[in-house]
Ligand binder design. Structure first.
Ligand SMILES: [Zn+2]
Length: 249
């Protein structure tokens, strides 16, 4: 097993233990330098850190000038843009089990499919999903649970590499509210719409009218949701933080 995959395997095991966290970075491989800086600026034996710094500053400026909530994500200290590569010709296989939790209804599975379709058709991002029957083939897995112990009804967990490319994800969706009331399929749709936003790499919005507001009750993507996803998928993924070149020997 190659070291990189070994690291990934260990990280995935760790991620399973740390499911209470929304997301986990795979601690792996060299610094993210290939996220777009002009390669002509790469010097012999090293990286042109000035061009990396200038490139990241340009991306941060573009985000700051956009009417999107990518800016909120950066302001909250997450300076890593994460997204899937283009997955239209090769859709992301997703496994949605028919059951697995008390009170599961067939309409819940359909609600997740509808939420996936809403993002696929409504946001113009180059990502498609395809439902598969074998969880071993899936890159995204849905798990139904009875209810969360905390005040939530869904949770997305994503794994990415050091370049910011998303690799896989898990959506945990409850069949009941935290106080034990069964969720209507419509409620599952709303939760799934929000968690799929996280699965696509989006953070939270600061506007209660957006699907990606933390306590959303919104049933459809807003223009700002679509614009934010569109900008994320127009940008290269990776760190936007201040690069720290290795100290001179
Ligand atoms: Zn959220």
């Amino acid at each position: 097993m190659r070291p990189r995959f070994l690291v990934l395997t260990v990280a995935l095991a760790l991620a399973a233990i740390l499911l209470l966290r929304r997301s986990t970075q795979v601690p792996s491989v060299p610094p993210a330098i290939g996220s777009g800086p002009d390669r002509s600026g790469v010097q012999a034996g090293g990286v042109d850190w000035d061009s990396v710094r200038a490139f990241r500053a340009r991306v941060r400026q573009r985000i700051a000038e956009s009417n999107t909530y990518l800016q909120v994500m950066l302001a909250e200290g997450d300076s890593m843009l994460k997204r899937w590569p283009e997955r239209v010709a090769n859709p992301i296989p997703i496994y949605i089990p028919e059951g697995g939790a008390r009170g599961y209804r067939v309409a819940y599975g359909r609600a997740v499919e509808n939420a996936l379709n809403r993002w696929q058709r409504g946001s113009f991002i180059p990502v498609q999903f395809q439902r598969v029957r074998d969880s071993a083939q899936a890159e995204v897995i849905v798990r139904w649970i009875d209810r969360f112990a905390t005040q939530r009804t869904g949770q997305a967990h994503v794994v990415w590499n050091s370049m910011g490319w998303l690799l896989r994800g898990t959506l945990m969706l409850a069949t009941h509210t935290p106080d034990g009331r069964p969720l209507p399929p419509d409620g599952v749709y709303t939760v799934a719409l929000h968690e799929i936003g996280h699965l696509l790499g989006l953070g939270h919005s600061d506007d209660p009218d957006d699907v990606m507001y933390p306590t959303t009750r919104i049933h459809d993507l807003t223009t700002r949701d679509r614009r934010t996803a569109g900008l994320l998928y127009a940008l290269p993924p990776g760190s936007l933080g201040d690069p720290r070149p290795p100290s001179a020997p």
